[in-house]
Design a protein around this ligand. Structure first.
Ligand SMILES: [Zn+2]
Length: 128
């Protein structure tokens, strides 16, 4: 069976009018500056601490630097490690087992911290 040709009208779907709207949508998607709520921020390298690396943004409007909130703002550990611990716990590992597994990976974390993560992030759908 031959595949039907697509109508030409579907092919040419360039909509020059939607340009302005598209730009607005993109802007609202970007992280907003916590100080002035402007979304005209640019990437400005990374911030490091003992355990993780976070993206830094620079607001072009007020000149402040900030870290976009990805749900893991102010967490000391790496997002991946937190997600893994929560995932393991959701697979019926005990807190002690999760702790052991994390320690084998080189992530030293207390059981109570794991429990805290589970409480904070456990309700989300986790996909690894
Ligand atoms: Zn700003």
């Amino acid at each position: 069976m031959k595949t039907r040709k697509k109508p030409a009208s579907q092919k040419a779907r360039g909509q020059p009018k939607a340009k302005g709207q598209k730009a607005r949508n993109q802007m609202s998607k970007g992280p907003r500056c916590p100080a002035c709520r402007s979304s005209s921020a640019v990437y400005r390298g990374f911030r490091h601490n003992a355990k993780s690396k976070k993206q830094l943004m620079l607001c072009r409007k007020c000149g402040r630097k900030f870290t976009p909130d990805d749900g893991f703002l102010r967490m000391r550990f790496r997002k991946e490690d937190i997600m893994e611990a929560v995932y393991l716990y959701s697979k019926d590992f005990s807190l002690a087992e999760v702790q052991k597994r994390m320690e084998r990976k080189g992530v030293k974390v207390s059981r109570w911290t794991v429990l805290l993560w589970v409480r904070k992030y456990g309700k989300r759908r986790i996909s690894i």
